[in-house]
Design a binder for this molecule. Structure first.
Ligand code: ADP
Ligand code: MG
Length: 921
């Protein structure tokens, strides 16, 4: 019989567990040994062999195989075998790169440790989801990921996103009622939730029925773990360039083939020539190099605590122009400690920091207050705790210190009451929970209805405005009286003073409820409240944030703080962290009320300055802000942690979710997850993103320059053929150049460190890699490189007059010249400044790559066996002289062009500035 049609008693006996206390620690260990860890084994969606085969889906490779076939047909077996070997080797390198990038990406997802909340030996604790076993009793809350297949035994207002399993995009409502029918499909089992799905709303308790590969998700194998490796904008841009190149290549090859035939050449060598041209033009190594360097970039980001979920975000990241960040938990640490209380007309100071209940409660005269001398104030004292779902827990197997389960704003109340001498467990038993209305950022309140000595009480807490709005009475000196307008304003004022120190204020209230048969409504729970008072929490900013904000400004980015907190706290935090306008003044602040009245045009106009603060913002207004920024053409990075933030995260260019405290739902909607929940990590990631993009650009340009040079060489050679010169390069050599001269050194360029001033430049525009300026660079660097190499060929060919291997030697000279010039080119293109700076030595890997390539180059030229196989020859001293002179001249040429173009762009800039200042005056 299926679990969904069983009663709770049946389930409990089936799984040998207890609804009240869960499994014992020992039993859970036994079961873990028996059933194994609750993990989905990753099965790659492509097998290694498939990846290998895909390397042959490439125009160049097809051409080469064709050339090999032709060689066999013409009975030049040696050439045929060589071509095939090279094709194979090329595929091997491509395979290695592809495989590597796929594995890097696959390993990253597991860095986000999934946790869940379970009942073990009667305690509600947090454990890594992998330690979950069948029979465990788990708690699920809004935004959580479902950690296993679970039969619900209790629930309130629960709905789950099951898209991943059922394809249904709307959340499905769930309840814990036993279902009588049998033979239901997954999508109909409404009293079960499944691994890999997430909780959209509400909360629940349930029994784990299967874990790991036994779950529904496990059965359909790892759907959730495939990382989106969709093409990035850059890859798309390059693909379309690639297509164009292919057509031009085919056309050119055909024309040249016909030309040589007309000239009276044998068709065999004419075909080889045409294939050589094609090989020269197709940037065959590029796609693999791009995915490897993106993947390596992703790995580097991960080291900096930023997990990027798709490759295209890496590219977008570097182009970000606006960071729209929330405050709590991103700019601040979200480690809440209550330091002050005001209630029943009295003030108290609380000592001790963090979730550990070590500290004292002192009254205004410095007397230590305990539960025994709290008197009437007791009701407030417990109120906040009783209006919380989150709780601080003592250290356990998985946590060395006291730790929060749930929202830190809620967990802060556990140490508070414990410092007053209460036991949180005892209180929870004395006030059993009946019903709850979870916190959301629209109401900015939470209410929990509990039973106490036969009475029902609703405990409410939230932002002070939201509580005062719903309160009409107040508890003052042990008596409940009407709350006057004057008192309301007084309380708002007192709390404002507190908030101006960057503190968070949470007000508490309660209400006695009449006994009722049917469930209470939210109106029952949250209207006509009795105001109890408020607590003050500190939430210090992350230490690194100040510096990060400075860096972001220098990098030409705007910073917008969007917080649900009140304006005074928001301003105080801005002040503490250096969020300010160009003139050093605090940014403008727009509250939700003002925001609602503003038209889109008015809002747009306020985006002019480099910073802006929005306070008390609800999620739909946040979405509006993000949408407007995007319409303005900004590239927006948005942070968010709750279920309500999903839309903003999706709408943004880069959605950033929190790895520690953020909900699973937000993590799924985001492109990037911060493992340390720290604003400064976003800035670091943007810096990484810029570096990755710059390095990619170097790789792309160097590749295309290399191809242009090869083509130039061949075309001049074509003209040379009319004067009796043999082929400058054969297809094999073109491949060798790419394998030796490009593959390794360009891979190493990926490791180029960030140049000092990357974060001092304005953000680049998206999709600008192959702009006119880069095309210009490609053409002049490529053509000159080709010219120098042909010159070396020409010199060498004439020099070795009478030598039996005259042609082989000259071809080798061309090849090596192209490779050496490519080295020069790579070193020069690495920096927009002069090559003769410290940056030259900054990448040891590159020297290693170039060194190895040089060794290969020498082997190809100086080993007899390879000479025979590859039609190469040993170079003489004079050949090296030609090559090195050419390379040196090429170097000065490239550096000269750099100086020239920087001067020019500076001149253009100052001209522009002059004209604009003229226009102004
Ligand atoms: P932010 O995280 O930017 O402060 P939120 O939307 O999370 O924004 O919170 C808005 C306000 O709601 C907070 O300033 C606080 O006053 C109140 N609040 C936040 N969390 C809770 C909670 N768990 N219980 C009660 N009130 C809360
Ligand atoms: Mg929050």
């Amino acid at each position: 019989m299926d679990s969904y049609s069983k009663s709770v008693q049946e389930l409990v006996s089936d799984f040998q567990t207890s609804v009240e206390t869960g499994l014992t620690e020992q039993e859970s260990i036994n079961r873990l040994n028996k059933y194994g860890a609750n993990l989905i084994q990753k099965t790659s969606h492509r097998s290694g062999f498939q990846v290998f085969l895909e390397q042959f889906k490439n125009l160049l490779v097809i051409l080469l195989i064709f050339a090999a076939a032709l060689s066999f047909f013409l009975q030049s077996y040696r050439d045929g075998v060589i071509l095939l070997l090279i094709v194979f080797f090329n595929a091997l390198v491509g395979f290695y790169q592809d495989w590597k990038s796929e594995n890097i990406l696959a390993s990253l997802k597991s860095l986000i440790i999934e946790k869940c909340c379970v009942l073990r030996s009667g305690n509600k604790i947090e454990i890594p989801s992998s330690a979950l076993v069948p029979g465990d009793v788990v708690f699920l809350y809004e935004g959580d990921g479902v950690p296993a297949d679970i039969r619900l035994i209790d629930s309130s207002g629960l709905s789950a996103n099951e898209f991943i399993l059922t394809g249904e995009s709307q959340p499905r409502e769930k309840s814990h009622q036993t279902i009588q029918t049998t033979g239901l499909s997954i999508s109909e089992q409404d009293n079960c939730v499944f691994m890999g799905t997430s909780i959209a709303k509400g909360e629940a308790k349930g029994i784990v029925i299967s874990t790991g590969m036994k779950t529904e998700l496990g059965k359909i194998a790892a759907a959730s773990l495939t990382i989106d490796t969709g093409l990035t904008p850059l890859q798309r841009e390059l693909n379309s360039v690639g297509k164009k190149i292919t057509y031009i290549t085919l056309l050119l090859a055909a024309i040249l083939f016909a030309g040589r035939l007309l000239y009276g050449e044998h068709y065999e060598s004419a075909i080889m020539f045409a294939i050589g041209v094609a090989a020269a033009m197709v940037p065959e190594g590029l796609p693999a190099q791009i995915s490897v360097s993106l993947a390596l970039g992703v790995a580097r980001l991960a080291k900096n605590n930023a997990i990027v979920k798709n490759l295209s975000s890496v590219e977008t990241l570097g182009a970000a122009t606006v960071i729209a960040s929330d405050k709590t938990g991103t700019i601040t640490k979200n480690e809440m400690t209550i330091i002050h209380c005001h209630f029943n007309g009295n003030d108290y100071t609380i000592t001790g920091i963090g979730y550990e209940p070590k500290g004292q409660i002192l009254d205004i005269d410095g007397n230590v207050i305990e539960k025994n001398n709290l008197g009437d104030d007791k009701v407030f004292f417990l109120d906040g705790f009783l209006a919380s779902t989150g709780k601080a827990n003592p250290p356990d197997k998985y946590h060395p210190d006291w730790y929060p389960i749930g929202d830190p704003t809620e967990c802060a109340f556990t140490p508070l009451i414990m410092k007053g001498g209460y036991s949180s467990d005892v209180i929870e038993k004395e006030y059993p929970k009946v019903q709850s209305f979870p916190f959301d950022s629209f109401r900015k309140r939470i209410s929990i209805i509990r039973e106490h000595k036969g009475k029902y009480i609703s405990f409410v807490k939230g932002s002070i405005e939201s509580i005062l709005e719903k309160a009409d009475k107040i508890m003052l000196h042990g008596k409940v009286k009407n709350l006057t307008q004057q008192e309301r304003e007084n309380y708002l004022n007192i709390s404002k003073v507190q908030a101006s120190n960057a503190h968070r204020i949470i007000a508490t209230a309660y209400r006695d409820l009449p006994l009722k048969k049917e469930p209470y409504t939210i109106q029952d729970a949250e209207e006509h409240l009795i105001f109890a008072g408020f607590v003050t929490m500190i939430d210090p900013p992350h230490e690194e944030v100040r510096q990060a904000i400075q860096t972001a400004y220098e990098a030409g980015m705007k910073i917008i703080m969007i917080t649900g907190d009140n304006e005074i706290t928001a301003k105080a935090i801005a002040n503490l962290t250096g969020i300010c306008n160009e003139d050093g003044n605090l940014p403008d602040l727009i509250s939700e009320n003002e925001l609602k009245k503003m038209s889109n045009d008015q809002l747009n106009a306020s985006f002019g300055k480099r910073s802006l603060i929005f306070s008390r913002v609800s999620p739909d207004e946040k979405l509006r802000i993000v949408s407007l920024l995007k319409e303005k053409g900004e590239i927006v990075a948005v942070t968010g942690d709750g279920v309500n933030d999903t839309l903003s995260l999706k709408r943004s260019d880069i959605g950033v979710a929190m790895g520690k405290h953020g909900s699973k739902v937000a993590q799924e909607a985001a492109n990037m997850v911060l493992l340390d929940d720290n604003f400064s990590t976003i800035v670091l990631a943007i810096k990484e993103g810029r570096t990755i993009y710059i390095n990619l650009k170097k790789i792309v340009l160097a590749n295309l320059i290399g191809n242009t040079a090869e083509l130039t060489c061949i075309l001049i050679g074509f003209a040379g053929a009319f004067m009796g010169y043999p082929l400058v390069l054969m297809p094999v050599h073109i491949l060798l150049i790419d394998l030796i001269g490009n593959m390794l050194p360009l891979l190493m360029v990926t490791f180029d460190p960030t140049e000092k001033d990357v974060m001092k430049q304005a953000p680049r525009k998206l999709g600008e890699m192959l702009n006119r300026r880069s095309l210009f660079v490609i053409i002049y660097s490529g053509i000159f490189k080709g010219l120098f190499s042909f010159a070396a060929y020409f010199q060498s060919y004439n020099h070795h007059l009478g030598d039996a291997f005259r042609h082989e030697k000259a071809v080798t000279v061309t090849m090596i010249s192209l490779i050496v010039c490519q080295f020069v080119n790579i070193f020069s293109i690495r920096t927009s400044k002069s090559i003769f700076t410290g940056y030259f030595f900054s990448n040891k890997n590159l020297f290693l790559g170039v060194g190895l390539s040089t060794v290969f180059m020498l082997i190809v030229s100086y080993t007899f066996a390879l000479n025979v196989l590859l039609h190469t020859g040993p170079l003489s001293a004079i050949d090296w002289l030609y090559i090195l002179t050419g390379a040196l001249v090429y170097l000065f040429f490239l550096e000269g062009m750099k100086v020239f173009s920087t001067r020019r762009s500076l001149m253009l800039k100052s001209k522009k500035m002059k004209t604009s200042s003229n226009a102004e005056s």
